[in-house]
Design a protein around this ligand. Structure first.
Ligand SMILES: [Zn+2]
Length: 127
């Protein structure tokens, strides 16, 4: 006799209907609620983060413009452009010892007065 496991909790299902996939409605509901999360593959997840990082870099680049290597911006302004402070490629100190978060070659640092300093450097330090 073929044993089937509940798709949600993994409990062996007692033979009833042949196409039964869950113990009960609770497991069915739970499974369907979590479906979207479980269907995100590792590849999709990586791509999603890469997109966030590239978007962050693009936003910092726009903030600085072509002529500046340093600029202070209101935090709300930066977030309003879609910047996500949770994602960056590295954390590194400047020559003055301030820790900046970098999205590739462009860095940012939050200050207590809700402003963010944006900086550019030639190349991200890899260490
Ligand atoms: Zn179950």
């Amino acid at each position: 006799m073929e044993e089937k496991l509940c798709l949600d909790c993994g409990t062996p299902i007692k033979v009833g209907r042949k196409d039964k996939k869950f113990c009960d409605d609770t497991c069915r509901t739970n499974y369907n609620n979590n479906k979207d999360k479980t269907e995100l593959s590792v590849g999709d997840y990586i791509k999603k983060i890469q997109n966030i990082l590239e978007k962050n870099r693009q936003i910092l680049d726009e903030v600085l413009g072509p002529d500046r290597d340093k600029r202070s911006i209101d935090k709300r302004d930066l977030l309003g452009r879609g910047f996500n402070v949770k994602y960056f490629t590295s954390r590194a100190p400047t020559r003055q010892g301030d820790i900046y978060c970098f999205c590739f070659e462009l860095g940012f640092r939050e200050f207590e007065d809700e402003t963010i300093m944006v900086v550019r450097r030639e190349r991200e330090v890899i260490c």
